[in-house]
Design a binder for this molecule. Structure first.
Ligand code: ISJ
Length: 158
């Protein structure tokens, strides 16, 4: 991985904040693609140490700068660990800006993949995911960086 992409893929603070900054005045927007209850994919259940038959709150968004998707993200929060959080009310507000305001937030190790997003057709160089926990609430956040972002920021292809 090029150092320029590593700086994005390895960042452990809010991607929402970083994208807004990198957008350099371009309007940032979270576009809600899907929000529903359902079963996580088997690899997602494994990443969270969750039995395969458990239901979760699933959310898919595109993080857009000036209307163009730069990142697509899918988040999975097991129902049993929602602890009364009203995540369905987030709508087009960023999950990140809520998450990073939570006290005692812990972020697990970041897993990286060169495979494309399994839930979205737009191509991109890298994907990553990690589990956030605060108290007993847990959410797996998976983010795939898109070619459009590489174009706009003149990043290397990989
Ligand atoms: C975890 C973050 O939240 C971002 C916002 C998301 C959303 O609104 O659904 C999803 C994943 C992230 O790309 C972050 O900003 O780092």
């Amino acid at each position: 991985m090029s150092p320029a992409w590593w700086a994005w893929v390895a960042t452990r603070d809010s991607l929402t904040a970083r994208l807004t900054e990198a957008g350099n005045g371009r309007p940032f927007r979270v576009r809600l693609l899907e929000q529903r209850l359902g079963r996580p994919r088997p690899d997602e259940a494994r990443a969270m140490g969750l039995p395969l038959d458990r239901m979760a709150w699933l959310r898919e968004v595109a993080l857009c700068l000036d209307g163009r998707p730069w990142v697509v993200a899918r988040s999975v929060a097991p129902l049993a660990q929602l602890r009364g959080q009203r995540l369905e009310r987030l709508g087009e507000r960023s999950l990140g800006s809520w998450l990073f305001r939570q006290p005692d937030l812990e972020r697990g190790p970041i897993e990286v993949t060169a495979a494309p997003a399994p839930f979205h057709p737009l191509p991109g160089p890298w994907g990553r995911r990690s589990v956030f926990r605060h108290r007993r609430f847990a959410v797996l956040v998976q983010e795939f960086f898109l070619d459009a972002m590489a174009d706009e920021l003149q990043l290397p292809t990989r």
